[in-house]
Design a protein around this ligand. Structure first.
Ligand code: PLP
Length: 384
């Protein structure tokens, strides 16, 4: 099997599982319990919080453990917007993940917020000048993703955050796909809040983090026992938090080298695919501006085929990839991301996303490119 769907999820790293194991077995206490077992769990949780804070460059008290990227986005958006007294206007982009778009839509429907959705250009980029024009004195929150899950475009977060700072508007970024590939230092990004998800990083599913700067008010979404400084009630997933911290630290330790190596492999792969299938369209940022694209993303449309049929053909050859994004359950709809890039529906139905991991090799990618050519011929002749 060749797994090229790392943007959907990743396997748990052995070191991560080993770090988690004691907390799932002997050292299984509840961090709120006032006995040795509870205190030991609390120490483990505090340690994990400090490790995450060290990678992000924030205070340990800014780290809120959640159940994953979706919860982090929900908490950031609802929590920051509802706590902010300055108004009821939100700025976001057209290519956000559903966890962001649906949270924003909830605020619109239920709480009467007004929403400005920034368009993107044909590469998927938000225009900083358009962002500047969208921000208003009553803007409560600006939420723009760091890197997109379908086409890998990396947004100019620091520039948009600087605009928000001038107007004292809280800024959140969904950094779920960026983690492990791009710098996450919160001071350099200049944002107030940042969402992360464990299972994209070699930690298990069901653990995530929201970083939210202490000076910002945050209305909780989950009410209960007041864990996580009242920001997220519920008995903490101690083993998950320890696993997350371990995975994030490991990913950060070799991030720069890995990103460089993967960018090169990805570029060779893209060139190979476009040579073998000249009709293919490389979607997202295509020019030399590699820094505007996640190192591990290669997404294409293959006009004259269907993305689903290509996936089946590639699957028969043991290649696992995705027809766009795996994040929306059973969705047959055309991707809102590709539509926002100006790709018409018929072409968008032919999208296939390949997302590399640190373990992907040049030999694997050569084999995949050859299989893409074969699959394209097979599916294209059927559809044509
Ligand atoms: N945000 C982005 C950009 C994603 O790609 C995903 C998942 O694919 C999420 C949020 C949701 O994360 P989770 O699966 O941890 O809920």
């Amino acid at each position: 099997m060749i797994f090229l769907d790392s943007a959907a999820t990743t396997p748990v790293r052995r070191e991560v599982l080993e770090a988690m194991w004691p907390l799932l077995t002997g050292d299984f206490g509840n961090p709120s319990s006032h006995h040795e077992l509870g205190e030991s769990a609390k120490r483990a949780l505090d340690g994990a919080r400090k490790s995450v804070a060290a990678v992000i460059g924030c205070r340990a008290s800014d780290v809120v453990f959640t159940s994953g990227g979706t919860e982090s986005d929900n908490l950031a958006i609802k929590g920051l917007a509802l706590a902010e007294p300055r108004g009821r206007h939100i700025v976001t982009s057209a290519i956000e993940h559903e966890a962001v778009l649906e949270s924003v839509d909830y605020l619109r429907r239920i709480h009467g917020f007004e929403v400005t959705v920034l368009p993107v250009d044909s590469a998927g980029l938000v225009d900083v000048q358009q962002a500047r024009e969208a921000l208003r004195p009553d803007t409560t929150l600006c939420t723009i993703m760091y890197a997109n899950n379908e086409v890998g475009v990396v947004q100019p977060i620091a520039a948009i955050a600087a605009l928000c700072r001038e107007l004292a508007i809280p800024m959140h970024t969904d950094a779920v796909q960026a983690a492990g590939w791009l710098p996450l230092n919160i001071a350099e990004l200049g944002v107030d809040a940042l969402s992360l998800s464990g299972h994209k990083l070699g930690a298990p599913k069901g653990i995530g983090v929201l970083i939210v700067k202490g000076r910002r008010g945050l209305e909780p979404v989950l009410h209960g026992g007041g864990q996580e400084r009242g920001k997220r009630s519920g008995t903490e997933n101690v083993a998950g938090a320890v696993g997350f911290a371990h995975a994030l630290t490991l990913a950060e330790s070799d991030r720069v080298d890995r990103a460089e190596r993967t960018t090169q492999l990805r570029n060779e792969f893209v060139a190979d695919v476009l040579t073998r299938v000249p009709q293919a369209i490389y979607t997202g940022p295509t020019d030399a501006a590699e820094s505007r694209r996640l190192p591990n993303n290669a997404s294409f449309c293959f006009p004259g085929t269907s993305g689903e049929s290509l996936l089946l053909e590639l699957g028969r050859a043991g290649i696992i990839c995705s027809a766009g994004s795996a994040c929306a359950v059973g969705s047959d709809e055309v991707s809102h991301v590709l539509s926002a890039l100006g790709i018409d529906d018929a072409i968008a139905q032919t999208a296939v996303r390949f997302s590399l991991s640190a373990d992907t090799t040049a030999e694997q990618l050569q084999a995949v490119a050859a299989e893409i050519e074969t699959a394209y011929r097979a599916v294209g002749s059927l559809s044509g």
